[in-house]
Design a protein around this ligand. Structure first.
Ligand SMILES: O=C(O)c1cc(=O)[nH]c(=O)n1[C@@H]1O[C@H](COP(=O)(O)O)[C@@H](O)[C@H]1O
Length: 224
């Protein structure tokens, strides 16, 4: 079975991205490319990474009016990514247009509450401090809009899955026990996140910043 780990290769440097991907390829199920990589390398860079043969998760977290998000996804169609992200807070019509514009076979998943936010951050933007009800509300909205799944932390994934048993659940903010949290606030170990119902795990710096990314990816895989 393919590893549930998607390695988040967050770098603007194409050569470095390719080198990390080549080193970890036997211990991950796919590659996640986000805003940092895409802003520097664009669609051509994504194509080069796709040539390595692993599924591509294109994480652009689109969040705009429905027409703009739909047209942006149309422009991405030739890349045929395995997974694409939008922000659930963009609303139901935006998510519907996102799904309608995506290629067949691309999973469109909605980010609920970023894993970098804790209760006090949520209060500061006018939301209730408890993340779980917000994750549950946005998960139901994403399901009703016809998306394929959501992104949430390992703390909320069990509740989200209870509301959407056949949804696809992406869990970032994953940290092996001995790893630093960096800017992540709602974190969980890879094993626990899988046990709670994650479909895939997004792991970035614990692998990409390790002295030996291959060994780090292998060590995480061994805990699953
Ligand atoms: O959509 C995401 O992948 C995402 C959502 C979220 O709530 N939190 C989050 O960290 N991510 C992404 O997951 C990756 C986490 O990276 P590390 O913190 O280095 O493991 C980054 O590429 C983030 O953009």
């Amino acid at each position: 079975m393919r590893s549930p780990i998607y390695v988040a290769i967050d770098t603007p440097e194409l050569d470095r991205a390719r080198s990390i991907a080549e080193r970890v390829r036997n211990h991950v199920g796919g590659i996640k490319l986000g805003l940092e990589f895409f802003s520097a390398n664009g669609r051509a860079g994504v194509r080069e990474m796709a040539d390595l043969g692993l599924p591509i998760f294109l994480d652009l977290k689109l969040h705009d009016i429905p027409n703009t998000v739909g047209k942006a996804i149309q422009a991405l169609r030739p890349l045929k990514p395995a997974i694409l992200t939008v922000h659930a807070a963009g609303g139901r019509a935006m998510m519907e247009d996102a799904k309608a514009a995506a290629p067949t076979g691309t999973k469109v998943v909605a980010v609920t509450v970023l894993t970098s936010l804790d209760g006090s951050d949520l209060s500061s933007i006018g939301l209730a401090a408890e993340p779980q009800p917000q994750v549950e509300r946005l998960t139901a909205l994403a399901r009703d809009a016809g998306l394929d799944g959501v992104v949430c932390s390992g703390n909320e994934v069990a509740a989200a899955k209870a509301a959407w048993p056949d949804g696809f659940f992406v869990v970032p903010g994953v940290r092996p026990a001995e790893s630093g949290h960096g800017d992540q606030k709602r974190v969980m170990t890879p094993r626990q996140a899988l046990d709670n119902g994650a479909s895939i795990l997004v792991v970035g710096r614990p692998i990409t910043q390790a002295a030996d990314p291959d060994t780090a990816a292998r060590a995480i895989e061994a805990t699953l």
